[in-house]
Design a binder for this molecule. Structure first.
Ligand SMILES: [Zn+2]
Length: 58
C-alpha cells in the first residue's frame, strides 16, 4: 500500500511528520525534503525530472 497525495504536504512514511523543505543547491534548483526525525529524505533533480528517495539518513 503506497499512496502519495501530491496535493498535500508530503509526509514521512514512518512517523507521518510533514517533510521539511531545504533548498540545498539553489543554483541547480535541486530541492531536498527531509523528515525532521531523519527517517526519510527525498531529492528532486530538475535535470533528471525525477525524485530520488532515501529511507535512511545518516
Ligand atoms: Zn519520520
Amino acid at each position: 500500500m503506497k499512496r502519495w497525495p501530491s496535493l498535500f504536504a508530503e509526509r514521512c512514511p514512518k512517523c507521518k511528520t510533514a517533510l521539511e523543505v531545504s533548498k540545498s543547491n539553489a543554483l541547480q534548483g535541486k530541492v531536498v525534503k527531509t523528515c525532521p526525525n531523519l527517517h526519510y529524505q527525498k531529492e528532486y533533480h530538475p535535470a533528471l525530472e525525477t525524485y530520488i528517495e532515501h529511507d535512511d539518513i545518516k
